[in-house]
Design a protein around this ligand. Sequence first.
Ligand code: NAP
Length: 248
Amino acid sequence: MTSANHRPIAVITGASSGIGAATAVALHEAGYSVVLGARRTDRLREVAEPLGGLALHLDVTDRTSVEAFAGRIPEAAVLVNNAGGALGADSVERADDERWRTMWETNVLGTVRLTRALLPVLEASSGGHVVNVGSIAGFETYAGGGGYTAAKHAVRALTKTLRLELLGRPVRVTEICPGLVETEFSLVRFAGDREKAKAVYHGMDPLTAGDVADCVAWVVTRPPRVNIDEIVVRPRDQATATAVWRGR
Ligand code: NAP
């Protein structure tokens, strides 16, 4: 459960930007040694180096990559399944198979693969914890969001299933469900279109990646008997996925 410097190890997927990168900093500050995974290893190293963390290439859509990643992690206390995101805003009637498949592969199967691969080491630690970064898209829907909301609904279902399946075993399970957070999320969703991405946060004050990282750090630092099942965290300016006050 501890690294050579006696800090417990936290593994964070999708740590090359946004919420994952901020979570790496927050968990380092909370006393963890961090192991970070993502595809952009240059960006990952920039996050890991100042923290003395380990940056490892990881593509959560690729089983071989997940197995190689997990093979480098003989011990861990925390797994943050954060890698994910949305692609496009297709209506159901115009759904693009490839985009929908990638969203499913990344958000859903990625979470399954990492959890399956690391559960043995989490369980072997004196108190393991799986934190899944879901979304309010896991229990709300919006027009044009079908591919993403379907995937995050699935993340929610599998998180609740895992909680049941691990009952009586020393592994906690938490879902963090953020509303609008200003990261690279919208830039990725709209294939690099900066204007479209900026418009998502226009006139309102979104969460920062650090706000969500604070939630992750808080849940993992509760006493081992305490399982925070879920946290829903939104900007004050957002009441639902579609009710957003843009008067700023
Ligand atoms: P982001 O800045 O785009 O970060 C996404 C991260 O996921 C990146 O580090 C990316 O790294 C990684 N990733 C994507 N595909 C991957 C793959 N196949 N294998 C490994 N890593 C992969 O966006 P973010 O907002 O921080 O998103 C983090 C999580 O929060 C996602 O699950 C997202 O659905 C969720 N979320 C975001 C918001 C929001 O408004 N931003 C709201 C609710 C929930 P590489 O590209 O380097 O692989």
